[in-house]
Design a protein around this ligand. Sequence first.
Ligand SMILES: C[S@@+](CC[C@H](N)C(=O)[O-])C[C@H]1O[C@@H](n2cnc3c(N)ncnc32)[C@H](O)[C@@H]1O
Length: 292
Amino acid sequence: MEITTDIYLGDSKEQLKLLPNNSVDLIVTSPPYADQRKNTYGGIHHDKYVDWFLPISEQLLRVLKPTGTFVLNIKEKVVEGERSIYVIELILEMRKQGWLWTEEFIWHKKNCYPGKWPNRFRDAWERLLQFNKNRKFNMYQEEVMVPMGEWANSRLKNLSETDKTRDNSKVGSGFGKNISNWLYRDKAYPTNVLHLATECNNKNHSAAFPEELPEWFIKLFTKENDMVLDPFMGSGTTLIVANRMRRNSIGIDIVPEYCEMVKKQLRPVELYLFESKAVYEAVKLKRRITVR
Ligand SMILES: C[S@@+](CC[C@H](N)C(=O)[O-])C[C@H]1O[C@@H](n2cnc3c(N)ncnc32)[C@H](O)[C@@H]1O
């Protein structure tokens, strides 16, 4: 089956209107944060951020399939010594718009720069907010399992009696655990904290995702031939990874240079995937990259 990568140049608020209803399986994106990078692609004042984002999230709600997921990478900045609250306001307004705020993952930036501030420590994490249209959505948990790790050898071999039966949550959350179920297993489900280094070697964009970030969510929420959308594409990390993982993808960016750069980058990535030029030539016919 053909894998498509479509790049749209322009404002997401308008370009998203060109996409059909219920057509996207996963949205992974990092919009410009409030008041940041004004010189490169325009910052939005923190007081105006929610009003700016809501028409875009309205379109995202329309294009996402009922089984799909939206992952929003965002972090509130500090304004006059306080954390700004526009992310919290945005979550509340998006819920009114019809979104379910189903989960929050933390991106722990394990290589962030050292620094010293009088009233806080260095900021080493960002939010990855998960939104859905329905409580039941596609999630392929087995795809992101992690090695059980050394701790299991000692901890799991000394189980108490409660560890051997299902220990229901005392706060009524519905979560329960039976630790003995995990004895002798090689793999466990991961936590909702992603320990990823920020991308240092991508010099073409000042705020690029590490490839592992979209890759992890693409594995978790999509299958081959599904559709992945990044409405704030930047250097195109989401599209490049989606393409490599044989997912269709759509990227939108307001800066023409970024659109051109992504188009150029996609081709060598394809070539690198295949063991020989002949195999590449045979397969590339099934791939289509379009800049609109
Ligand atoms: C934080 S960057 C995204 C970086 C991306 N995740 C990557 O891996 O390179 C945000 C991007 O949104 C784009 N952008 C800003 N406002 C936009 C808008 N209204 N519509 C579309 N793109 C926009 C910027 O040009 C910038 O490339």
